[in-house]
Ligand binder design. Structure first.
Ligand code: GLA
Length: 907
């Protein structure tokens, strides 16, 4: 709900309030964001939230000589900031005016509110849902503004006091139920508007937009007076709590989403790297929290941008202890110019607050992403179990080999069979053929359609791997179009995995990708696509991008008004490259150099993704970028799930998935059972552990079925059965990271973990200090929960392990069971001789026979308890084996063991 009283704007969600104010100077000040506070129906009582006083200290700068009050901007909480008027922190927006000056002074002009929200034309964006009729994804739908009663939007228009032809619009959409506020901004440069004056209301609609463009087009001379945008973040949040922690998720290939906590000290902390992608080095999701925040208690803010390109998050504490949080497109890729009549929109930033700790924030983010980011209709589709050929066979594939694997996969319970890399001509290793998406008839003599039909007759759907944004130097495509590869003519280029990116800023390259992928998807009954992206961006150049002052180009990729796609095509002054659109749509932008290239690339990529996902709504697309190097909300807007990491070792994966879960729902996280020893780490782990970790996401199987014993096959079948029974809980329910407690040793470990994160924030090893990882998911109606506890290393004489099962109905009675796995007698090694009348040689022939004959199971547990007892009191697992005795109640829990715990409501 949005309440407006006496120049104060109050944005309320179910549990939070966000309050800003227009002051006597017209400046927008930020008053509060946090736990919901009481708002009087008639009056506002927010004076305690403002700094008052008459004199400025020492060398303070007075904001404006002619304006009332003694305001020193550096010591204020501001809703937006710009340079040149006494605020020395990093600004929200930084512009270079036609006269070369860089001082901006945006003051309030007008506002408007409406129910629902509009989608953005230039980027994927969140969407509101009023009823089940909204069938398409968050961008590009006809239904551009719906009227969901719990979603409403506020737009505040500001004009630059010294250059009123510049209008800055701040856009806030309030998602009440999810406790989310989505922010974005738009800059309009319009001499026409300044001339007619805009005092009072400046209601701004699509037809006015159009008029302005026509005007601008007719007067091309005017567009030479450019304003260059050096910085334009999507959100700014000023906080006056000096003791906060910044939590980011950083690391590298195969160890993504490592949580790093660091106290915010004076100065600036940046979470940005610019390899042309959102990256595993610094995921765009981050949190700012009180130091006492735990999983279930404490104040925490969460932020995430709906964008896949270069992002930047800046968190700065100034000399007065004020903290500024900025998030948006990385300023390093901006420096984009607009002329009179032009405009520039920034992507949306998702903000949320919870006073219920990290878990509270995660639940806000999960619900929001499932319901308002991931394409509707797919988000809540139960995920089918897939089988992927990569770690099973790598490039050594053929139809006959794959079909025999497919039979095994079907017998294990898989529903989709995915042919990963290696299926197209010339692709026998990773050094050739990207770009040539023609099936290799030596490997598939009867073609893909026939292969897909054979899969169908086995009861399997057909899935396929592609990497459409790339080109290999050894490829037909490169021979035909060497200039389509991203490289600088006449200079040697860098390579990643022996490949280059395609220049997606070019319309013909976008059209080519759309055509080849459409042809592929039409060539067989394909239901799933793994869309990979295995290198980051270097050598930025495009033969078709003419730099300022030579040309400008259209920016937007989608016209909501006409429900049509437009390219991000280049338009040179002589018109040579102009694409034959009936109506020109979009804003005209100028770029000075190729540092802005990633911006253009993503405009092109989003167009490609949007056309393909709209044309093939029956296909489930899974994003991948050498694992999780492009795990972000921009991708999730069109691809409902993302392969979280190439690291399939369950111990690594537990912490990677746990990292993802802070900001992303489990429905978005691709998770597969792999073989042991793991191909990446060579670590041996029990199948039960590999299965338990894979259960919590969009699950699959990725191993050589030929190596499975009959016991292992049965175990995987059991896993598939549990997945099909519980996947709705996992992908649609509420998720809680829990921690074991109630024991001195574990408490010591936990406090070490808590402290170690602070002591060594950048340590890539910090996650290994977490010995236990535990969580549970609860169905939306609270009738069932599935939980998991994993122990990395076994601790001697530690028989007690207590976990909690959170989120249950406190007054309902549940039956709780531990799922039992086969227990291999060899786990006891030569201890077998303590029971055997004759000596048995370890791993010898007799030991092998005993292994087959003796069918042990992990411990039994079946208890009843009320939800409140399980949540508050906890569940003590059966005592662990500690060097003495073994029976069916003993929890044999060596290194890398895990258990699944199911609770079902019985009353
Ligand atoms: C990347 C992906 C893997 C696999 C290979 C195929 O590394 O992350 O899962 O698809 O490419 O080349």
């Amino acid at each position: 709900m949005i309440k407006i009283k006496n120049d104060i704007f109050i944005l309320e969600t179910m549990d939070t309030s966000y309050i800003l104010k227009k002051d006597a100077n017209g400046l927008l000040k930020h008053l509060y964001y946090g736990k919901k506070i009481k708002v009087d129906d008639h009056e506002t009582f927010f004076a305690p939230l403002e700094l008052s006083g008459s004199f400025l200290p020492g060398n303070a700068i007075r904001y404006d000589k002619t304006e009332p009050g003694n305001i020193f901007l550096e010591d204020e909480l501001l809703e937006i900031s710009s340079p040149g008027k006494g605020d020395f922190r990093e600004p929200f927006i930084e512009l270079v005016h036609p006269d070369g000056t860089v001082t901006s002074d945006f003051v309030f002009d007008s506002f408007e509110t409406y129910r629902g929200k509009k989608i953005l034309a230039d980027y994927p964006s969140s969407y509101a849902v009023s009823n089940g009729s909204f069938e398409k994804s968050g961008i590009g739908s006809e239904n551009i503004s719906d009227t969901a009663s719990d979603v409403c939007t506020l737009k505040i228009h500001l004009l630059d006091r010294n250059m009123p032809e510049l209008k800055l619009t701040l856009i806030y959409t309030v998602f009440e139920k999810e406790n989310v506020i989505v922010r974005s901004g738009r800059l309009d440069y319009s001499k026409a508007e300044a001339d007619t004056g805009s005092e009072g209301s400046s209601e701004h609609n699509a037809s006015q937009d159009k008029d302005q463009k026509v005007h601008a087009d007719a007067d091309s001379e005017e567009s030479k007076d450019l304003v260059f945008i050096k910085k334009f973040y999507s959100s700014q949040l000023d906080l006056d709590d000096p003791d906060l922690i910044l939590t980011t998720f950083n690391n590298a290939w195969s160890r993504e989403m490592n949580r790093v906590d660091q106290p915010i000290t004076v100065g600036r902390h940046m979470n940005s790297r610019a390899p042309g992608v959102s990256t595993n080095i610094s995921n765009p999701f981050f949190m700012v929290e009180s130091p006492d925040t735990t999983e279930d208690h404490g104040n925490v803010y969460g932020f995430n941008i709906i964008y896949s390109g270069c992002h930047s998050e800046s968190v700065e504490k100034n000399e007065f202890g004020l903290i500024r949080v900025l998030a948006g497109i990385d300023p390093d890729v901006l420096d984009i110019g607009i002329g009179s009549g032009g405009s520039f929109q920034v992507p949306e930033e998702v903000l949320s607050f919870s006073d219920k700790g990290y878990n509270g924030l995660s639940r806000n983010m999960h619900t929001f992403i499932n319901d308002h980011i991931i394409a509707f209709g797919k988000a809540h589709r139960r995920r089918k179990i897939l089988f992927n050929s990569w770690e099973a066979a790598y490039f050594k594939i053929s139809e006959s080999k794959l079909l025999s694997m497919a039979k095994d996969a079907r017998d294990l319970g898989a529903q989709i069979f995915v042919v990963d890399d290696g299926w197209f001509i010339g692709r026998d290793s990773d050094n050739a053929a990207l770009g040539d998406w023609t099936v290799d008839n030596k490997k598939f003599p009867h073609g893909l359609r026939s292969f897909g039909e054979k899969l169908k007759s086995l009861g399997l759907e057909f899935g396929i791997w592609v990497e459409p944004e790339m080109i290999s130097e050894k490829s037909r495509l490169f021979e035909e179009h060497p200039d389509w590869a991203l490289k600088i003519p006449g200079k040697s280029h860098s390579e990643g995995r022996n490949q280059m990116l395609l220049d997606l800023s070019r319309t013909e390259v976008q059209d080519h990708i759309i055509k080849v992928i459409s042809d592929l998807l039409n060539s067989a009954d394909i239901k799933y696509v793994k869309w990979d992206f295995n290198r980051v961006m270097t050598d930025m150049f495009s033969a078709c991008v003419k730099l300022y002052p030579e040309s400008h180009r259209l920016n937007a990729f989608y016209d909501p008004e006409h429900n049509a796609f437009y390219s991000t095509s280049v338009i040179t002054q002589d018109g040579n490259e102009e694409k034959p659109h009936k109506e020109r749509f979009g804003t005209e932008i100028y770029i000075k150099d190729f540092s802005s290239y990633p911006y253009l690339y993503y405009q092109g990529l989003y167009r490609v993704m949007k056309v393909l996902t709209d044309t093939f709504p029956q296909v489930l697309f899974e994003g991948c970028a050498s694992g999780g190097s492009r795990f972000d909300l921009g991708m999730l807007s069109m691809f409902p799930q993302i392969w979280a990491s190439d690291d399939t070792d369950p111990i690594e994966r537990a912490f990677i998935q746990r990292g993802c879960s802070y900001g992303y729902p489990l429905s978005a996280i691709g998770t597969h059972i792999s073989s042991s020893p793991n191909h990446g780490t060579l670590r041996n782990t029990p199948l039960g552990t590999r299965a338990a970790i894979s259960l919590f996401g969009a699950a699959g199987i990725e191993l050589d079925t030929g190596n499975l014993t009959s016991v292992e096959k049965e175990q995987i079948r059991e896993f598939v059965k549990i997945y099909s029974e519980t996947s709705a809980i996992i992908t649609e329910g509420s998720f809680y990271r829990t921690r074991p407690y109630g024991n001195a040793v574990l408490d010591q470990i936990q406090s070490f973990v808590n402290n170690s994160a602070l002591l060594s924030p950048d340590s890539v090893l910090s996650r290994y200090s977490q010995n236990i990882c535990a969580w549970n998911a609860v169905s939306p109606d609270k009738s069932a929960s599935i939980g998991m506890v994993l122990q990395v290393l076994n601790i001697p004489d530690q028989v007690r392990l207590k976990i909690s099962v959170r989120g249950l109905d406190p007054d309902a009675l549940y039956e709780v069971v531990l799922l039992q796995d086969p227990l291999n007698v060899k786990v006891f090694g030569d201890l077998i001789n303590t029971m055997s009348p004759v000596h048995i040689r370890q791993n010898g022939f007799v030991h092998g026979i005993i292994e087959k004959k003796v069918k042990l199971r992990t411990e039994e547990l079946k208890v009843k308890a009320y939800g409140s007892a399980l949540s508050e009191g906890g569940l003590i697992l059966p005592a662990a084996y500690a060097g003495t005795g073994f029976d069916e109640k003993t929890r044999v829990f060596p290194d890398f063991s895990a258990r699944l715990i199911i609770a079902r409501k019985i009353k």
